[in-house]
Ligand binder design. Structure first.
Ligand code: NAD
Length: 245
């Protein structure tokens, strides 16, 4: 085993309150592209007049709902995706009583699909959708199966995915829960995130525990603060460190 993964295993063994904070890189091995890698959504030929940030902004959703859902269904929702060894390893650590929370910027629901229970979804989830008029909730299939803009079967209102778009604020209860979990952690494992999307990236500043571990394919602004940095595939690293591989 790679000495750094060995070290991570030791840290996990000696920790009693681990929190994981992750981003899009956690799900790339499940076939969901991230935003900022070379083959990420931001670097693909989108053939659209607007930047990716504009395409996933609140004002774009309101102004051009047809285009929004066209992009959303094609690039942001992956109903067939399955959890990889990162999701599965973290769920195992929670069952073992070692890991207390997963905090994710992802919207794909794969941590829950792997069995994680205490998950803070900072940016919401594609699995939940609601009518902007009457509030009725709809599942992912309803949105994906509808032609063009999905509308409510009760009142005809436009349905919005329960995901945080650019220009929208994060849910204060989710943020508070995530902050508390990080403040109580003895080990914080951060992975698969470029740590450039705020306010989510600022959450790691609340960590006061012993071990800050960073697992990411590329370097991040927090590398200097970490006592262990592993630049490798997070599915492989967490899979090995939790005994799945
Ligand atoms: P990002 O695209 O900015 O960064 C992803 C990071 O993960 C990069 O630094 C990359 O080097 C790293 N990475 C990619 N694959 C990896 C792997 N297998 N192992 C280790 N590292 C890997 O993503 P972000 O920081 O999460 O921020 C982008 C925003 O995009 C988030 O707010 C998130 O909501 C959203 N997003 C979510 C999904 C999803 O739900 N799966 C997918 C794309 C984007």
């Amino acid at each position: 085993m790679d000495p750094k993964v060995e070290k991570l295993k030791e840290i996990i063994d000696e920790s009693e309150n681990i929190v994981f904070f992750g981003g899009a890189g956690v799900s790339t091995s499940s076939g969901i592209p991230d935003f900022r890698s070379a083959d990420g959504v931001y670097n693909q030929q989108l053939n659209r007049k607007f930047s990716p940030e504009e395409l996933v902004s609140h004002s774009y959703f309101v102004r051009y709902p047809e285009d929004f859902f066209d992009f959303y269904k094609e690039k942001l929702v992956y109903p067939e995706a399955e959890p990889n060894n990162c999701h599965k390893g973290l769920a195992k650590l929670e069952k073992d009583g070692k890991l207390k929370a997963v905090i994710t910027q992802n919207i794909d629901g794969l941590h829950q699909k792997a069995g994680s229970e205490n998950v803070f979804e900072l940016h919401g989830s594609v699995k939940r959708n609601y009518c902007t008029h009457c509030g009725k909730f709809f599942d992912e299939d309803y949105v994906m199966d509808s032609d063009g803009v999905p509308v409510c079967d009760v009142c005809g209102g436009v349905i919005k995915p329960d995901v945080v778009l650019y220009e929208e604020g994060l849910d204060p209860d989710v943020i508070n829960g995530a902050v508390k979990a990080i403040q109580n952690a003895d080990t914080l494992i951060v992975g698969g995130t470029s740590l450039v999307v705020y306010p989510a990236a600022g959450l790691i500043d609340y960590f006061r525990g012993k071990n800050l571990v960073l697992i990411n394919k590329s370097s991040t602004p927090a590398d200097n603060a970490a006592n262990l940095v592993i630049n490798d595939d997070i599915a492989k690293v967490i899979g090995e460190a939790t005994g799945l591989e």
